[in-house]
Each structure stands twice: as structure tokens, then as C-alpha cells.
Design a protein around this ligand. Structure first.
Ligand code: ME8
Length: 657
């Protein structure tokens, strides 16, 4: 899948809010691809920017009491500043308010119109401002709310120009079919195909309800219309290359990959190729849709206050560690969860133990045995099987990058590090040197250096500064030429001298950022657990608690015969710690015999001549060989048991109820 020009893009981000981890994620993936493409010698153009038109932006500015352009300038700058601070290697930062861009969009409108793909009509529908999208009534939640973001929609009826999207159904389906990798990951392609097979409506591509947008070309003489923000925005991918103003640069087109989040796949995989077909332009090679970041398992939202600020994370944990984490942690296309624990584990384990420590071991051993000198000439002589193993891993790597399987790429890239660490443990250079095997020991250091060199070069796109430091410590610069020599052609490193240095990845022992939301969640969980425990205990202590008892009707209650009686005889049951044997007068011919488990709290004497309440229609039961013809009512809690008795003396046999 090699091509000599690599055009790589991110979405252009809305200027209604500042950047968060999701924006950083897309941009960092794109930056990694761009750096990789450059390193393997491809002519690369990397585009990012901001999306500044539309009602959403107009309203965001208004709510802050700002003039729209000034507000867009301000937020656009925060994106650009952040990417500069993050050392994002973009070649152009486009803004949809740029004059050239606007001209390009107008030209596209004209071309589409001239091709018969645009017509004028009226539109009435439910519009979600937040998503800048119309939805048919059938898709609304509870007849009112946006199916994508859940916010209320409003009914918009206006005159509009339409793009004949429905006419492109077959051509789109053919494109998906003929290009199995046009949408990555492939599972997402199936979703798109199903959507298109469900039928496409023509697309309203102008608005008259507000005017913060690109005007129609003058020849349409229709000044109340502005372009639909998604037509405007998608066009950025070609206007940035000069479409409509300086077509000479269009030779980077088609894009090698448009990186996006899964939220905007429909726009990129359906509208955009249809627009391009109408414009007579080639289609992008890949559209890569990644998944969604959550934090500690929760969706990020301003109201919860749990939005991850990428700058804070990068400042605390190191930008490149953060980059590595994001790319390694989540399979492309899948959703990912940000937690400081997971980030720390990646830094301490993958980066600290596997990579950083290997460099330390090399510096330590070469310093101790060879005054810092490392030579690689005899590596193959002694360690060919290790070299073979490393090559086998590295050979698998290349396709992963442009298939966007960055987590697999990094996973596989770590195998050579394991080979190196294992070789040290296996060959024990400290023993070899004592045995006088100097050449073998030097070759082992050479093996480690070779592995570190290859891995660092292949990791460079992900961690540019860190790997530059490692490569410099190994005596060479990171350049496409050295990449070619060392990685592709397997050339041997020239001898170099190592220097002692600070560890690249100091161990992080505890979370470095205060995470209020995580703490609140932890507290909520602890409280819920404490409550549960308390309830359980209360239940145990209070058997008569009504909790968990089935409800009964009054008829059922009256099926129980409760009566007042007097204990006329009371004695202890021999050998029983719990039981008293009572004779209770219930106003019947003879007293009832009742065996009661109350001896821990009442003696026979206590009970004699007292009145009690008795369940009088229980089936007789045998306790320790004695028949019991009733049960006494009593109440028991953690402080013990007491009898339930009438407040005043009552005739024996008086019913209770
Ligand atoms: O949609 N997890 O701009 P936008 C992962 N202007 N990625 C996330 C994310 C999250 N929680 N939240 C946002 C727009 N993103 C349009 C694009 S392109 C012609 C026009 C990332 O500011 C992800 O890349 O809402 C998503 O696609 C993008 O931010 C949306 O940014």
C-alpha cells in the first residue's frame, strides 16, 4: 500500500469550545502517521485546523457577549497554540474563515450546480443546532430530542438549496465494495453500507435562518443563503491544497487518510465522497474512524466536570508518555477509558522497565566493561538467532501503521525489547566478562544497541523527542537516511561511546493529578457500600423488620388467631438452655401447653401469673419431645427479647386484632 505522497488530515475542530483529550487523540494519531510517512521518505502533507461557521458558533459567541469573528479567532488560537505546544507537525492549519477557503467552497458550489447536482426547494424539518443536522421525525427521541446528542431539536422551515445525494447511492455502494479498506476499521464500513442501503435523502446545503457562513457565489444572486456548515467544513480538505484558488498544490490529493472520530463518520463516508464525485475529484484512500474516550468509565461532560484536559495530563506525565499511552492503550476504532492508573502502568512498565531500563543496562555494562565503547561488528557471529527473532517481529510491523492498528504496531514493536532483555539474563555478561569472553560480551552490548536503535527509529513517530535522545545516545541522528540504513537495510551501527545519563522514565509512584470526579465517585461508592452494610445489619438485628416481608391482605391477617392468656404454670425444660415449659390459660376448658424459647431472658418465676399474647391456631409442634400448642408474641432486637403483653389485664381468651 505504498504511495509516494501522503496527505493526512484531522477533522477541523469547532471553535465553540477548547480542546480536550478527544481532539488531542485524533491529532496525535494523525501526527504519528505524518511523522512516520516522512521518516520512510514519503512526501507528506499534514493538515489540521478549525471549523468556524454555523449557528452553533454564532450562538456560542453571542452567549459570551462576543463578536463572532473575534470569538472564533480567540478559540482557534487556543487550538493552534495547543498543537504548537504539543509539537504537532502540521504543515497547514486551516480556518474555514480563511478567504481562500471561502472561495474554494463557492467554486465547489458552482461546479456541483453546473453538474446538475444542486436544486432549490423548501425544507421543513427538525434541526439539531448542536449537531448541525436535520433529522426526520421518525428518528427523534420522544418526538423532540436529537438521536445523536439528546438535545432538543427545533422545527426549521426554510427555502434551501439541495444536493442530490440520493443520486449517489449506487456509486457510493460501489465504492465501498470495490475498496474494502476505504473505511477503517472494516466493521465501521459495514455500518455505513447498511445506512446507505437504507436509502439516502437529498441534502439541504444552504441555510437562511442565520448568516454566519460562506455566502453563495454572487452569480446566484441569493444573498440570504449561507452554505450548510458541513459542506463548508468538508471542503477544507481540498481548499487547503488550493482547490478553487491555487490548484497547483492539489497534487497531494487524494488524501491518504482522513482521521476522524466515529461521531462524524456519516459525514465523511457518505456526504464527502458524494461531493467529491460531483466535483469530479478522486476519493480519499482511507477514512479512519476511532472510538470514544471516557474517563474512569464515564462519558466526559462539562456538567460532570470530568473532561480530561490534555495539557494538564501532558504537563504532569510527559507529553510523549501520554502519546504512547493513548496509542497503545486502545485498539483503533474501540472506545478507550482514561485513568491515571492505566497511564502510570504504561509508563512504569512498558516505558520504564522494558525500554528505559534497557538503555540503562547498556550504558551500565559498556561503562563498566569497555569504558563506554560499544561495537556491533560481531553481533551476528554470536547472536544470529536473536537477530532473526527481532527481524521477524519488525517485518510484521509496517502494514499496521497505515491500517491504523497502532496498538498492534506498538505491541509488536515491544517484542524485540523482550528479546534484548532476555538475552542479557540468558548470557549473563557479568559472568562472560569474568570468563574472559570479551568479544562475546561486546557483541552482546552490540546486540542491545542494535535492537534499541531499530526500535527507537520505529518508535520515533510516536515519541519523537525521547527516541531522538536514545538514538543520539547510540551515536546517530534520526533521519530518513538512517531509518533506511538501520531499519530497512540492517546496516551495522558505527562504534560509539555511551555516557551516563538520567533515567528517561522515572518511576511514577502515585497519581499526579487531582481528580475530583474520581474522588467523588470513590466516595459515592463507599457511601453506598456503607449504607448496604448498615441495612444488612439492621435486618439481622431486627428480625421483625418489615423489610423484605411479603405484603398480606387483612383476610390473611385474620387467619391468625391471636389471644390474651395467663401463664398458670411455668417450669424449666431439663437440659435446655433456651426453653421454658408453660401452661397458658386461654379461657378454654384446659390450659394450653406452650414450649417457649425465652429462658435466656425470662425465668419460670418471671413468667408465672403474667399475661401474654399467644398465636392460638398454630399447628402443634414438638420441641425436645414436648408438644407445644401455641406461640408467645415477643419482640427481639440487639438488646434482647421482651414479651408483648396487653397494657391492662384482659380476660383470658380475649382476641387480639
Ligand atoms: O465534529 N473521544 O468538530 P468537533 C474521542 N467540526 N474523540 C473525540 C471525543 C471523545 N470523547 N470528543 C471529540 C466536528 N473527539 C466538526 C468536524 S471535519 C470536516 C468537521 C474528536 O470539535 C473526534 O476526532 O466536535 C471527533 O471526530 C472530533 O473531536 C469532533 O470535533
Amino acid at each position: 500500500m505504498s504511495c509516494h505522497k501522503s496527505y493526512i488530515t484531522t477533522p477541523i475542530y469547532y471553535v465553540n469550545d477548547v480542546a480536550h483529550i478527544g481532539h488531542a487523540y485524533t491529532t496525535i494519531i494523525a501526527d504519528t502517521l505524518a511523522r512516520y510517512a516522512r521518516l520512510i521518505g514519503e512526501d507528506t502533507f499534514f493538515l489540521t485546523g478549525t471549523d468556524e461557521h454555523g449557528q452553533k458558533i454564532e450562538e456560542a459567541a453571542k452567549s459570551r457577549g462576543k463578536e463572532t469573528q473575534a470569538y472564533a479567532d480567540e478559540i482557534s488560537k487556543t487550538f493552534r497554540d495547543l498543537w504548537d505546544e504539543f509539537d504537532i507537525s502540521y504543515d497547514k492549519f486551516i480556518r474555514t474563515t480563511d478567504e481562500d477557503h471561502k472561495k474554494g467552497v463557492q467554486k465547489a458550489f458552482t461546479v456541483m450546480y453546473d453538474n446538475g447536482d444542486i436544486y432549490k426547494d423548501t425544507y421543513s424539518g427538525h434541526y439539531c443546532i448542536s449537531c448541525e443536522t436535520f433529522f426526520p421525525e421518525t428518528q427523534l427521541v420522544d418526538g423532540e430530542f436529537c438521536p445523536d446528542c439528546g438535545k432538543p431539536t427545533s422545527i426549521v422551515e426554510e427555502e434551501s438549496y439541495f444536493f442530490k445525494l440520493s443520486a449517489y447511492e449506487d456509486r457510493l455502494l460501489a465504492w465501498y465494495k470495490e475498496n474494502p479498506e476505504c473505511i477503517l476499521p472494516k466493521s465501521k464500513r459495514n455500518e455505513v453500507i447498511r445506512f446507505v442501503e437504507g436509502g439516502l435523502n437529498d441534502l439541504s446545503i444552504t441555510r437562511t435562518s442565520f448568516d454566519w457562513g460562506v455566502k453563495l457565489p454572487e452569480k446566484f444572486n441569493d444573498p440570504k443563503h449561507v452554505m450548510y456548515v458541513w459542506l463548508d467544513a468538508l471542503m477544507n480538505y481540498v481548499t487547503a491544497l488550493g482547490y478553487g484558488t491555487d490548484d497547483a498544490k492539489m497534487d497531494y490529493w487524494p488524501a491518504r487518510v482522513h482521521l476522524i472520530g466515529k461521531d462524524i463518520l456519516r459525514f465523511h463516508a457518505i456526504y464527502w465522497p458524494a461531493f467529491l464525485m460531483s466535483l469530479g475529484l478522486p476519493l480519499p484512500k482511507h477514512i479512519g474512524a476511532h472510538g470514544w474516550w471516557t474517563r474512569n468509565g464515564e462519558k466526559m461532560s462539562k456538567s460532570k466536570g470530568n473532561v480530561v484536559n490534555p495539557k494538564e495530563v501532558a504537563d504532569a506525565y510527559g507529553l510523549e508518555n501520554f502519546r504512547y499511552f493513548m496509542l497503545r492503550e486502545v485498539p483503533f476504532g474501540g472506545d478507550g477509558d482514561f485513568s491515571q492508573r492505566a497511564l502510570m502502568d504504561r509508563i512504569n512498565s512498558d516505558l520504564g522497565n522494558d525500554l528505559g531500563n534497557l538503555l540503562n543496562r547498556l550504558i551500565g555494562m559498556s561503562g563498566k566493561y569497555f569504558e563506554g565503547r560499544v561495537e556491533c561488528d560481531n553481533v551476528a557471529k554470536y547472536y544470529q538467532s536473536e537477530l532473526d527473532e527481532v527481524e521477524a517481529s519488525l517485518e510484521k510491523l509496517n502494514p499496521f501503521i497505515f491500517e491504523l492498528q497502532l496498538h498492534r504496531y506498538l505491541e509488536e514493536l515491544w517484542r524485540p525489547l523482550t528479546v534484548a532483555n532476555r538475552a542479557i539474563d540468558k548470557y549473563q555478561p557479568w559472568t562472560m566478562i569474568k570468563e574472559g569472553k570479551t568479544e562475546e560480551t561486546m557483541a552482546l552490548n552490540g546486540l542491545i544497541a542494535t535492537i534499541l536503535a531499530k526500535v527507537s527509529l520505529m518508535l520515533h513517530a510516536v515519541m519523537p523527542k525521547t527516541t531522538t535522545t536514545i538514538c543520539n545516545a547510540l551515536g546517530f541522528e534520526v533521519t530518513p537516511e538512517n531509518f533506511e540504513k538501520i531499519v530497512k537495510n540492517g546496516e551495522i551501527l558505527t562504534p560509539f561511546i555511551t555516557q551516563k545519563r538520567e533515567p528517561l522514565f522515572p518511576r511514577i509512584e502515585e497519581e499526579l493529578l487531582v481528580d475530583e470526579r474520581a474522588e467523588a465517585l470513590k466516595k459515592e461508592k463507599e457511601e453506598a457500600e456503607a449504607k448496604k452494610k448498615a441495612q444488612k445489619e439492621a435486618k439481622k438485628a431486627n428480625k421483625n423488620s418489615t423489610e423484605g416481608v411479603a405484603l398480606i391482605g387483612i383476610d390473611q391477617f385474620f387467619q391468625t388467631s391471636l389471644k390474651v392468656g395467663t401463664v398458670v404454670k411455668a417450669e424449666e425444660v431439663p437440659k435446655s438452655k433456651k426453653l421454658l415449659l408453660l401452661q397458658v390459660d386461654l379461657g378454654e376448658d384446659e390450659p394450653r401447653q406452650i414450649v417457649a424459647g425465652i429462658k435466656e431472658w425470662y425465668s419460670a418465676e418471671d413468667m408465672l401469673d403474667t399475661q401474654v399474647c399467644v398465636v392460638a391456631n398454630l399447628k402443634p409442634a414438638k420441641l425436645m419431645g414436648m408438644v407445644s400448642e401455641g406461640m408467645l408474641l415477643a419482640a427481639k432486637d440487639k438488646d434482647g427479647l421482651c414479651m408483648v403483653r396487653p397494657e391492662k389485664p384482659k380476660t383470658n381468651g380475649t382476641p387480639i386484632g
